[in-house]
Design a protein around this ligand. Sequence first.
Ligand code: NAD
Length: 425
Amino acid sequence: MAYIEPAPIKDAENPLESMMERFNLAAEKLGLSDEVYNVLKNPAKQVIVSLPITMDNGKIQVFEGIRVIHSNILGPAKGGIRFAPDVHLDEVKALAAWMTWKCAVVDIPYGGGKGGVRCNPREMSKGEIERLMRAYTLAMLDVFGPDKDIPAPDMGTGPREMAWLMDEYSKAKGMTVNSVVTGKPLVLGGSLGRTEATGRGVMVSALAAMQKLKINPFQATCAVQGFGNVGSWASLLLEERGLKIVAISDISGAYHNENGINIQEAIAYRDGNNGTLEGFKGAEKLNDPMELLELDVDVLVPAAVEDVITIHNVDKIKAKLIVEGANGPTSAKADAIINEKGIMAVPDILANAGGVTVSYFEWVQNRLGYKWTAERVNRRSDRIMKDAFDHVYEASIKYDVPMRIAAYIVAIDKVAKTYTFRGGF
Ligand code: NAD
């Protein structure tokens, strides 16, 4: 079965290409028919717009804006908006497909979408970014909608941009429509629990996997790469559940303490130190930050950037369990070796889906016009994450495949079955 789209980037170690390789494996295992395969490989909608913006110097600059809906078979599309200088259509297509599988694997009623605006927000003023976000929203007025396509933050955007999007969309509709976008500030209808949601999902996935591997959390050690939103929350919540976090890292380096790092102290240090762990005294700094991945620990959580576990270092990995907080931290080639070594890898589309799950809760609360407590958000997202883990684990046994392929099998099977029931033309 020849699979071409949407895998635009030819570098074999590229995470998007890697994702497509895994999609192929899962489709073959499932025995997906060529007809349904063709439906799932093509994005449902691709929109490209030109956005002329008056810059602070009075000159008009034209930006390209993209929105791709990969699938709306399970429900309205869901996916972030990326503001980056190199964002392009093929990348957005692949990321939109990724969202389809991520939503399907945790069984939330969304399809997949993604957006991008080619710009460099670091070189733009707040006013220029605001005008660009508002222009993009107006251009996508017929694409976005609480029942059609619900954007969210991604690289280069955050709650501030989502607030502008919500406001511009609401003005155009003549009423407040906060359910058109998630990742909003709390006062505009954002959800409690969203900040910690992804790290929390990583914790739930890790504990579920440890139970299967018969690893006692109170005797387990863990190393976490990346100490931003996902990594620091995952570290804190895993520590609370008994694990000894022996190493953490960020862009400034990796920090190791065999006796365990006090994560609350590390977070407080980072927050008072311009967001970086540089100079942290609760652990020894490793000479090479990549050594963190090779430590003799039970659990390894890559929660920083993509493509860090590759054929160049996978042989040296000693962890029994890898839980992928980051998107695409393991290359497809390294995957095969991880499996040979008998390491369980809980894949990104499952392990870091706690974030999109609580985004879904934000949309539900906005539509209900009712705010849930943090306790309710956490309880419900924990259950969704645990159920998703169990489904994927069952599929890995049934099809005799690693967890990663099993996650794609669960996702593709769900979308394919729904498509078949709904029927085509
Ligand atoms: P963040 O910007 O808050 O934190 C990133 C952290 O990684 C920072 O501590 C940074 O210093 C560190 N870092 C960067 N390069 C590094 C390197 N080479 N080595 C070690 N550390 C490095 O980002 P985040 O929101 O925590 O996202 C982390 C990953 O999780 C990304 O892959 C992101 O796509 C993925 N993810 C995030 C969410 C979410 O809700 N935030 C949801 C799903 C997936």
